[in-house]
Design a protein around this ligand. Sequence first.
Ligand SMILES: Nc1ncnc2c1ncn2[C@@H]1O[C@H](COP(=O)(O)OP(=O)(O)O)[C@@H](O)[C@H]1O
Ligand SMILES: [Mg+2]
Length: 364
Amino acid sequence: MLSTRSRSLTASNSSGSLGEFNVDYSLTNKLLGRGSFGQVVQAFSSSSGQKRAVKMISLVGKGGARRLQDAKREAEVLRSAGKHKNCVSLLRSYQETTHHIMVMEKCRCSLLDALGWILHSSHTSFLQAVEGMTRGLAHVHGRGIVHRDLKPENFLLGGSDGCTVKLCDFGLADFAPSWGQLLQGTCGTLAYMSPEMASGQGHTLSTDLWSLGATIYLLVFGDIPVRPSNFNCRKAMKIALAIGYPAPAFAYASDRLQRRPVEVVELVVRFLQRSSSLRCSAAHALRTPPFGCIAKRLQSLLCCGSQNASQSPSPTLTKLASVEIGKKKVSARTPPPCRPASQITLPAQVREIPGFQRTTVVQL
Ligand SMILES: Nc1ncnc2c1ncn2[C@@H]1O[C@H](COP(=O)(O)OP(=O)(O)O)[C@@H](O)[C@H]1O
Ligand SMILES: [Mg+2]
């Protein structure tokens, strides 16, 4: 475990903004995550003492100019996403000779780190997580942003309750083109990639809907949706996605996983449509089951209970209703259960998923 001693960034050619960062924040040695071109480290704000997450992209060496351009673009897109409960907030960005630095609100861990908890969580906690993911995506789509790399590593758990889902990592994001136009190129992670992206046919906002469906699929079934026999081979994955074979099996990877309500599985089906025009938008999904109807269903159960004077609604139902009906009541959220690590079992398939080997499974 790395120590959390504070340290300063030093640069061979110290510029004004680097000095500014060192005045505003003190970096620690605590690594929060590692990405393709940099790392995310914990820091403390000098003015408030609050913890922050600092994403540092190294600009040294080959390709530095390109990385700077990409990092500036990432900050620009994240800034234009604005503030939303289900998107990580960018507080400031700095640029100096050796690094591009983005200071963000600090979250606890990623959904991939918390996979053990998610797979075994109660339906209420599970639905709250899925709703947070869908709300985050609906928000950025509302701002015309295509994320292009939705996957469990890029959803974080944070906020005041520590379990609010927040969309992060806008490193591959772009602005959606005007109606009828498509973005070109292939980017993202094959395990969660849409068929049109994998086959390079051009893509727009709807590519994210497939990736959201693939991410929820993993959280439900404990496996990725499209798994050819040699799924570690990029070419095999691309072909499988392009031709639609093997199709998602919708089968639980282990008998020990929670069976989720049919509405959740139906939601995944609506996102995992091969034809991008048939996919349900994130905003529409939020108005339909399993989200839209749960509050109504609980409300009607509560009404039935109160009509019968001898039968008051059960405390559990009342608690659920206060969470689900009054969606603003964040404090009423059911905290995730604490489970000893020995009780958390992960299906064997999960361990083979690209990226999983790099994560530390945390128990919340
Ligand atoms: N705001 C944050 N709070 C806590 N951890 C974070 C934060 N942002 C990123 N991380 C961690 O760092 C990892 C890499 O960050 P990310 O922005 O996804 O970089 P990359 O583009 O290199 O994938 C994430 O998967 C997560 O584990
Ligand atoms: Mg990432």
